[in-house]
Structure formats: structure tokens, C-alpha cells
Design a protein around this ligand. Structure first.
Ligand code: SER
Length: 316
């Protein structure tokens, strides 16, 4: 019997992943671990806890006989720059706790890496799987270290840990987090609440992006793939679409011609964005376990608007 624990269950990924796992594996078999932001209307097994606390994690894993952990808890890029100490403690310390427990209790692990593992010396276009990893953010340094730890725990202890380098993710279920690519979520709130948005990146800053439904599908597909298909034990490049703030604004304007988008780059966010790639070569994920995205920019835009309107209770 599968028993699945999701840490960071109420963040951008968790908010969509938990309901999908509940649908596939049964509500009673999914345990959502949250720390601070827990929605009042959550329907399922709720566990309160902190991933930096090894002993309390151990109790959960043991008592609920966990077989799979999706370890999503962590600070995003901008939040990490505000408090590098905390970022290291949560992002790296949390992963280390999960891997150490997986060694003992033999559960399978998913952990997200990010395009933030790359840096200014990485080729920006069609970034290869195996390339220079010299990130300049504490968030990215944690991702590279985490990737190497995942591979080490697989090779040394046989921990079945799998990982994806998430691009910027766009979804509407969770409020946007403190990240760099999150402008692609804020822009829809701006559209629906005020008819305008001021982007914190320059208009032509191109980044690799993905609609959340594709990310959830890829994440579960990777976890469900037979172990012998997984040839990358650091973290797979994971691509879908790429666009600039100007391009997403123009896509929105096709549906809402009066929408106004201005650009007022924030120096910290802009410099983080400029250290990341523009597009990703994900051919190894496609070859090994059949990765294939389905959302392009127009479909993502339409879906975001429909979903967020419903969430905010705005009629058409
Ligand atoms: N979306 C994340 C961020 O911008 C990237 O991993 O922080």
C-alpha cells in the first residue's frame, strides 16, 4: 500500500500536487505536511511539522509507514537572498534530513532542483543536461549541492531519489511565492484585480517556464517510472516553453485589450533572472521516461485566467 508524504504541501507545487495524488492514490493515503500557511478548507490528512526537525519528521515517517516522499518545502530564490542562513537551513538541511530518513526507512524521494542550479557561465540557449553549474545565488548553490547529495545517496546507499530542474512554474491555486519567475503569476492577479501590472523584470528577460499541470504530470510520471529508466540521479533538465514579460503581457492583451503592463525591474530579481538560462534541452527526460509538455503560452494564459477568476469569485 502506497503512503505518500508531501512536504511544502501548500506551496505553488504542493497545492496542485496534493489533490492529484489524492485522486490517483486515495485521499487516505496522502499526508500533507505544512508549517505556516495552511488553508482552512484543506480536505485531507494534515500533518503539521518542520522539515528542519529530524525527530519530528522521523515520527511522521514511522507512524504513517511512508513509502514515498515528495519533498517540496523550501524558500524560493528571492526569499533565499533575503535570509541566506535560513535558506541553507531549510533548503539544504531539510533535504539532508529527508535523505537520511530515506536511508533508514527505505522510502522513495522526489526533490525539486531548479534552473537556478545554472549560472552565468552556463550556455543560455538550449542549456544541456551536463554543463557548467556555477550559480551565484544561495538558492542555486543549495540546488547544486542538493543534486550532488541526491546522486551520492543513490550511489552510496541505494536511496531511490529522483529530481527535476523545475523551470519557472505558473499556477493559480497557491498565492505566488517569493521567487523570480513568479511575475508570471502576479501578472494575472494584476490583470483581474486592477486591469494593470508592473513587472519586476525587464520586458525582454527570457526564461524557461512551464504551466503547473505539466509540472505535476512530469513529477508524478518521473516518480512512477521504473527505476531502470532513470539514468540521471542528480536532476533532469525539464523544459516546456519560454517567454518574456512582454510576450506574456501581449498574450493577455489578445484577450483583454485594455490590460496595461509596465516594466519596473527590481535590481535583485533582474540580476537573478539574468544569471539563469533562456531555454532548456530536456531530451534526456524525453528519452528516458517519456516527458512531453502539453501547454503552450496561449493555452496557459487562457487556463490561468479561467482558474483565477473562479478562485477570486470574478464573473466573466
Ligand atoms: N521559481 C523559482 C524562483 O524564481 C525558480 O526555481 O525562485
Amino acid at each position: 500500500m502506497r503512503k505518500i508524504l508531501v512536504t511544502g504541501a501548500f506551496g505553488l507545487v504542493g497545492s496542485d500536487l496534493v489533490p492529484e495524488l489524492q485522486k490517483r492514490f486515495g485521499k487516505e493515503n496522502v499526508f500533507a505536511l505544512g508549517n505556516k500557511t495552511i488553508p482552512e478548507d484543506f480536505d485531507g490528512n494534515l500533518v503539521r511539522g518542520d522539515v528542519t526537525d529530524y525527530s519530528s519528521l522521523e515520527v511522521i515517517v514511522k507512524e504513517d509507514r511512508i513509502t514515498d516522499v515528495y519533498h517540496l518545502a523550501g524558500l524560493l530564490s528571492v526569499g533565499s537572498e533575503k535570509d541566506p542562513e535560513l535558506a541553507w537551513k531549510v533548503n539544504f538541511g531539510g533535504l539532508k534530513n529527508v535523505l537520511d530518513l530515506a536511508k533508514i526507512y527505505k522510502f522513495k524521494v522526489f526533490w525539486p532542483s531548479s534552473i537556478a542550479a545554472f549560472g552565468p557561465t552556463t550556455p543560455k540557449i538550449n542549456t544541456p543536461q551536463h554543463t557548467s553549474l556555477e550559480p551565484t545565488t544561495i538558492y542555486g548553490i543549495g540546488k547544486v549541492t542538493g543534486e550532488l547529495m541526491c546522486q551520492y545517496y543513490w550511489k552510496r546507499y541505494g536511496v531511490d531519489v529522483r529530481s527535476l530542474r523545475y523551470p519557472g512554474l505558473t499556477g493559480y491555486k497557491a498565492p505566488p511565492g517569493d521567487g523570480t519567475t513568479e511575475y508570471s503569476v502576479h501578472i494575472f492577479y494584476g490583470l483581474l484585480k486592477e486591469g494593470r501590472y508592473s513587472a519586476f523584470l525587464k520586458e525582454n528577460t527570457r526564461l524557461p517556464m512551464m504551466y503547473i499541470d505539466d509540472a505535476i504530470k512530469g513529477t508524478i510520471d518521473l516518480m512512477e517510472a521504473p527505476a531502470e529508466k532513470i539514468n540521471v540521479r542528480t536532476s533532469y533538465n525539464f523544459g516546456a516553453i519560454n517567454f518574456t514579460p512582454k510576450e506574456i503581457a501581449e498574450e493577455i492583451k489578445k484577450l483583454y485589450p485594455d490590460f496595461v503592463c509596465t516594466f519596473d525591474p527590481d535590481p535583485v530579481k533582474q540580476s537573478i533572472a539574468e544569471s539563469w538560462p533562456e531555454s532548456i534541452d530536456d531530451s534526456e527526460a524525453r528519452r528516458d521516461w517519456g516527458w512531453k509538455p502539453t501547454f503552450d503560452l496561449p493555452k496557459m494564459t487562457e487556463t490561468m485566467i479561467g482558474g483565477l477568476k473562479e478562485k477570486l469569485g470574478i464573473g466573466s
